[in-house]
Design a protein around this ligand. Structure first.
Ligand SMILES: [Zn+2]
Length: 308
């Protein structure tokens, strides 16, 4: 597992950063000149932080020179490589800005909030693109004879000090019995009517599934959409948690508690990218479930989108 000491050792110098980036496939080690079909020379003299490929033929030199960062994760980077890798590690560790500054081994240049924000956003973007593709490959959850618990919950309702009130976001959660494969969808326009919920359910849940919900009326039409529908009535004084036929929604409900802790961290109350934060949450949850290394998984996600 990567920790801050290993990050410090691995990314101590510019050379060690470049070696790691090459090894991981984040940047190319070779390039052929299109015109002359011969290998280009890598020059570290230019302004590009990971060097420039130049053709050996004199006439070609300037015309075909191409920055090695072009089209990669490092394109347009304004901070040194060791800080980029450090910020990637911080994001993967889910550190707050304060933790980023406190633990930083790179003293210069000072890590501003804007820089941390930028690189956290780049990392999140890569994670979202990766996770959406990954979920598509995994396919739907449920199917005939299988149970999926579904519930909705409201996130991010808080009063801002300038009197602006953020109404929060309804999130639909779906989890199959016996599986850790959690699916989350943000309700568009903050509506949780049947018109909104049914298509959000049909996206990840296979037809024929036994769907367990509470008595929210929007779920009433599930049985006309190819599902078997079972309910638990939370206002039943005798059996508020488990219906007589054993139906309950406790797994998805316990997820909300965990998620609300996650979203209470700083920088998680910006409503504009809430849908992305939900996907990031699922990405982190999958990594934790499988005891994988988040830094390794972040690099995997980055390469998925920024393959040079
Ligand atoms: Zn050439």
């Amino acid at each position: 597992m990567w920790d801050v000491r290993k990050v410090f050792q691995t990314f101590e110098t510019k050379e060690s950063c470049i070696a790691f980036a090459e090894e991981q496939g984040l940047i190319l080690t070779k390039r052929i000149c299109r015109m002359h079909k011969i290998p280009m020379v890598l020059s570290m003299a230019g302004t590009s932080i990971v060097g420039t490929f130049i053709c050996r033929k004199g006439s070609c030199r300037t015309r075909s020179a191409i920055s090695r960062s072009k089209g990669t994760w490092f394109e347009n980077a304004k901070v040194p490589l060791n800080q980029i890798f450090y910020l990637m590690f911080c994001f993967s560790s889910h550190w707050s800005h304060e933790e980023v500054r406190k633990n930083s081994f790179v003293r210069e240049p000072f890590l501003s909030s804007a820089t941390i924000c930028d690189w956290y956003n780049y990392c999140r973007e890569a994670v979202v693109l990766y996770q959406v593709d990954h979920q598509e490959k995994l396919g739907k959850i449920g199917g005939p004879g299988k149970k999926v618990q579904i519930d909705e919950s409201k996130f991010g309702k808080r009063k801002y000090n300038k009197g602006r009130r953020v109404e929060g976001h309804w999130v639909l959660g779906m989890v199959e019995d016996g599986s850790e494969n959690l699916r989350l969808e943000v309700c568009p326009d903050n509506v949780r009517s049947a018109e909104v919920l049914i298509p959000l359910i049909e996206k990840p849940v296979a037809p024929g599934t036994i769907i367990c919900t509470d008595c929210w009326k929007a779920y009433d039409c599930l049985s006309t959409h190819g599902y078997e529908h079972r309910r638990v009535n939370h206002s039943d004084p005798d059996n508020p948690f488990v219906a007589e036929d054993g139906t309950h929604t406790q797994r998805i409900e316990s997820q909300w508690r965990v998620m609300k802790r996650f979203f209470s961290k700083d920088n998680y109350n910006n409503p504009e990218n809430f849908a992305d934060l939900i996907i990031e949450y699922v990405w982190r949850k999958n990594i934790a479930n499988k005891h994988e290394d988040p830094f390794v998984k972040l690099i995997e996600a980055i390469i998925h989108t920024y393959k040079p």
